[in-house]
Design a protein around this ligand. Structure first.
Ligand code: NDP
Length: 254
């Protein structure tokens, strides 16, 4: 493997990696040589993907925590670093969707989306950064969304949380750069996962959106693997504070 893209001897924690985009990134990073720690809120969903990674010859482990339980999450992150000797890469990816006509957004729904998508991301990054500052190196990747900078009806709380993630990438990058830590946000477009399964039942919407995507297809979780490897490897060492669109070109097209 070209050492420029190697993650050999790196330890990576990916929140929300029991399935979907997080698992796609975890598989890619494991194939690039990292020890990957999978996470989700339910321990039962983590055993099968960890077993599959190990069966493929990769180094994988899991830690279950809910990103809305901040003390438990931060203790778990410290525990991962303790067990594996270090933490080189955090992908703060766990997220949920939220959509409703404007008048039907409740305070409870709003808070739930912010708690998982924004507060959970910030406090995961905070804990990882404190560990990485001691190591004087690290890479933090936050999963935002194209919707953080593009309007669509009904997704008010979701889009606001994702705009916040983009802002966090910039503030964290500016504070952590002097410590040798890079921070970037990914802004996926439409990726086929459980998160948007309800949306994909609207076949007219899927067709209209596919025709607007320059690459003429929705993404798959594996489409996020390359950018995660790139940012976490020596190849990405001078990239920080960016929000990178992984969207088949959608955000750039009229
Ligand atoms: P999925 O629903 O497929 O996966 C979500 C993951 O997050 C699961 O592993 C889930 O595990 C975990 N998760 C959810 N809530 C929590 C929680 N409170 N604590 C810990 N883990 C949690 O979604 P995607 O893979 O599509 O989404 C991943 C990220 O990508 C999200 O941040 C999403 O907003 C973002 N994104 C997705 C897009 C898409 O088109 N799919 C587009 C743009 C952004 P469990 O349920 O077991 O807790």
């Amino acid at each position: 493997m070209n050492p420029l893209f190697s993650l050999a001897s790196k330890v990576a924690l990916i929140t929300g990696s029991s399935r979907g985009i997080g698992l796609g990134m975890a598989k890619g990073m494991a194939e690039a040589g990292a020890t990957v720690i999978l996470n989700g809120s339910d321990a039962n969903t983590l055993a099968a993907p960890v077993a599959a990674l190990r069966a493929a010859g990769h180094s994988a482990d899991s830690v279950a925590f809910d990103v809305t339980d901040i003390p438990a999450m931060q203790a778990a992150i410290r525990d991962v670093a303790g067990r594996h000797g270090r933490l080189d890469i955090l992908v703060a990816n766990a997220g949920t969707h939220g959509a409703a006509p404007l008048g039907q957004w409740t305070e409870e729904a709003w808070d739930r989306v912010q708690d998982i998508n924004l507060k959970g991301v910030f406090f995961a990054a905070q804990e990882a950064a404190l560990l990485m500052m001691g190591q004087k190196s690290g890479c933090i990747i936050l999963t935002g969304s194209m919707t953080g900078t593009r309007g669509r009806p009904t997704i008010h709380g979701y889009a606001a949380s994702k705009a916040g993630v983009g802002a966090l990438a910039r503030t964290l990058a500016s504070e952590l750069g002097p410590h040798g830590i890079t921070v970037n946000a990914l802004a996926p477009g439409y990726i086929v996962t459980e998160l948007n399964a309800p949306l994909r039942q609207d076949t007219a919407f899927v067709e209209r959106m596919t025709n607007r995507i320059p690459l003429r297809r929705w993404g798959q979780p594996e489409d996020l693997a390359g950018i995660a490897i790139f940012l976490a490897s020596p190849a990405g060492s001078y990239i920080t504070g960016q929000e990178l669109y992984i969207d088949g070109g959608l955000a750039t097209a009229l």
